[in-house]
Write a protein that binds this ligand. Structure first.
Ligand code: PMV
Length: 325
């Protein structure tokens, strides 16, 4: 039993067509399909060790012991792994992010993707990519998109079996960069778990979902044809639709700060001026500024000059979740 251990690394991801709202809340079967890019520079590394000496699961994140809801979410995934492997042992989970915590970069996607792979490998299970993606999804929806490589589509499906993510292009397919403009490092007031539930209270959510097939087609095509202008249009439209739903939920969710708008309007002006750049915003105030790789240096330089931008992180298209020794 002492070698029941494995370590995995998984990238975070940024969605061009977003996941917001569920069909089946408990399993994170989403209301619409989504498309994202893995982020090479921003990853989680997780070691899982199943140990017969333990009388409960343990979680250490960036050197700190975590309990409460964080541990419960991790144990939820470990329980699933225990069920499919008939293991009864508890596990110790030691995990770290290579990006600064508290920067508003979603770590749950990379965290639950890395945990799914490390935990199943630790008990000797070799799940295929689809089943790993399903396992990650049940704990944190967007984590299923951090299992396959590069540019990824999460097929919404209708149940636990047919809701999973697949790669639509490898990372080297298109040299894009995500320059994340950090405008606030504060913990968000309402997290995505609660936000997905509130989505259905917005009168705009039904329209957002109904039109999502068209946006997915436009986004997939823009990626496959490396059409930056097509990607920019659909990415910003989809971002605005999600935030319109957030702002019209009951209670309303407004994640933007003045600096969020300063960055997004500057980006639109730069694109009009010929720079291949666009933006998207998740459930927080920070702005993911997407550009062609060749423009990244110029984009970072300009972003750093905008008042309110505290720092800029840069990530390129990333690979799949993988085991490391
Ligand atoms: O997987 P969650 O519950 O963290 O939800 C992710 C929600 C967004 O980041 C706002 C959108 C997305 O598709 O990543």
């Amino acid at each position: 039993m002492s070698d029941w251990t494995a370590t995995a690394i998984a990238c975070s991801n940024i969605a061009f067509v977003k996941y917001w709202g569920d069909q089946i809340e408990r399993l994170h079967v989403p209301a619409n399909s989504s498309i994202s890019m893995n982020l090479e520079g921003l990853h989680t590394r997780t070691q899982v060790t199943f140990d017969p000496q333990l009388d409960e699961d343990q979680l250490v994140l960036n050197g700190q012991i975590l309990t409460g809801t964080d541990l419960q979410r991790v144990s939820g995934l470990l329980d699933r792994v225990r069920r499919i492997s008939s293991t009864k042992c508890f596990a110790s989970v030691v995990t770290s992010n290579n990006f600064p915590t508290g920067t508003g970069i979603a770590s749950s996607a990379s965290a639950f993707a890395a945990l799914s792979l490390a935990a199943t490998a630790a008990v000797g299970l070799k799940l295929n990519e689809r089943d790993l993606s399903r396992l990650a999804r049940a704990s944190s929806g967007s984590a299923c998109r951090s299992i396959p490589t590069g540019f990824v589509e999460w097929k919404a499906g209708h149940d636990d079996i047919d809701s999973y993510a697949v790669s639509i292009a490898p990372p080297h397919h298109w040299d894009l960069a995500d320059c994340v403009a950090i405008v606030s490092q504060e913990q968000k007031m309402v997290g995505s778990t609660e936000g997905h539930i509130l989505a259905q209270t917005s009168p705009l959510q039904a329209a957002r979902i109904a039109d999502s097939t068209l946006r997915l087609d436009l986004c997939r095509r823009a990626i496959l044809e490396r059409d930056f202008s097509g990607l920019a249009n659909v990415t910003e439209l989809d971002c605005h639709l999600m935030h319109a739903v957030m702002m019209t939920s009951t209670p309303p969710l407004v994640y933007w700060l003045p600096a969020t708008l300063a960055v997004s309007s500057a980006v639109q002006a730069w694109r009009k001026g010929g720079l291949p750049v666009c933006y998207t915003i998740d459930a927080g105030p920070n702005v993911h500024v997407i550009c062609l790789g060749e423009a990244a240096r110029e984009v970072v330089k300009r972003l750093k000059k905008i008042p309110g931008v505290e720092k800029v992180l840069v990530a390129r298209p990333g690979g799949p979740a993988k085991l490391v020794s």
